[in-house]
Design a protein around this ligand. Structure first.
Ligand SMILES: NC(=O)c1ccc[n+]([C@@H]2O[C@H](COP(=O)([O-])OP(=O)(O)OC[C@H]3O[C@@H](n4cnc5c(N)ncnc54)[C@H](OP(=O)(O)O)[C@@H]3O)[C@@H](O)[C@H]2O)c1
Length: 286
């Protein structure tokens, strides 16, 4: 029996992995507060007792703006946690699957970012996630790292759910139009993670849904699809604004569309367009 341990099962991606797994009986997830990945001893004890074939790390410090003032905590979870998991995985010959982010890039260009493009994170969150990737490489066991972007799910907190709430409350919203990336349904990422595990993939990959959008485009689509799905009952004007009009503590890449060709080459499949997946997620919420 090939046991699969999921750290951070209580987050959006953990939830989607659980419901898309081919055999849920193989999944083992530490219960809430049972495993703090920043505690090396707990990680070692948990992994050495369980002896999983695969560890999927969905645990992360994901509060991008708060990380600017909680750098130590962000690095503990996003750099040290993956290092401890990688060491524990290596000790029992398990594969570590780790999730990283488009925020490892500065995003000053205009071409889809490849896995061999230089990382240059602008924020504490991005720096801590890049440090996690580097720690996993330094430990040197079996590892699969997948960078993704702009995740949302019907479970957990995310941009889609925040927008729906605000659109039900406000007459108008200003949304940043000069940051471009790809909204990605955590469900489609979860499916590709299972595929890559089945294909014995190792190394660094990029994965998002298909297409590109600014946060403004994404918000307009949430409004239109939310109205069509009956989730929004009032008119809201959505206005494009500049990043400089909405200052936040963390700097973000202006262009972080990811090149996914190495996954296409391996799986032979391509992702659905982000708007198609948004529609599916909203119909679930309804
Ligand atoms: N969300 C995005 O837009 C996005 C974009 C690109 C990449 N990613 C990456 O994708 C992965 C999954 O993200 P997500 O959106 O599913 O995140 P999420 O919903 O914020 O879930 C993260 C989970 O990690 C847990 N966690 C935090 N610190 C922990 C610790 N010390 N020990 C054990 N568990 C801990 C959290 O538990 P608590 O809630 O109890 O703290 C939560 O259940 C992360 O690696 C993230 O960096 C996310």
């Amino acid at each position: 029996m090939k046991k699969i341990m999921i750290a951070g099962m209580g987050g959006q991606l953990g939830f989607e992995l659980a419901r898309t797994s081919a055999d849920a009986s193989l999944l083992v997830a530490p219960k809430e507060n049972e495993l703090d990945i920043t505690d090396r001893e707990s990680v070692n004890a948990f992994v050495s007792e369980l002896r999983p074939a695969v560890i999927i790390n969905c645990a992360a410090y994901t509060q991008v703006d708060k990380a600017e003032s909680e750098s130590e905590k962000a690095f503990a979870v996003n750099r040290d946690g993956p290092a401890y998991l990688a060491q524990a995985a290596k000790a029992c010959n398990a594969l570590l699957v780790h999730i990283s982010t488009d925020f490892v890039f500065a995003g000053t260009g205009g071409n889809p970012l490849r896995t061999d493009d230089a990382a240059a994170p602008l924020s504490v969150y991005g720096k801590s996630k890049l440090a996690g990737e580097q720690e996993i490489a330094r430990v040197g066991g079996d590892a699969l790292i997948i960078r993704t972007a702009w995740l949302y799910s019907s479970f957990g907190n995310n941009f889609v759910k925040t927008m729906l709430r605000l659109m039900n409350e406000r007459d108008s919203l200003g949304i940043v139009a000069d940051q471009v990336g790809t909204p990605t349904w955590a469900n489609s990422l979860a499916r590709v993670i299972w595929q890559l595990i089945d294909l014995d993939a190792r190394g660094l990959y990029h994965w998002t849904d298909a297409g590109v959008a600014s946060w403004y485009d994404f918000a307009v689509a949430i409004y239109e699809e939310g109205r069509a799905a009956g989730l929004l009952s009032r008119d809201t004007e959505i206005k494009p604004i500049k990043t400089s009009d909405y200052p936040l503590p963390a700097a973000r890449p202006a262009f972080s569309v990811l090149d996914k060709s190495s996954v296409y080459a391996l799986t032979g499949g391509k992702p659905e367009h982000w708007r198609t997946n948004l529609r599916k997620m909203l119909s679930e919420l309804r």
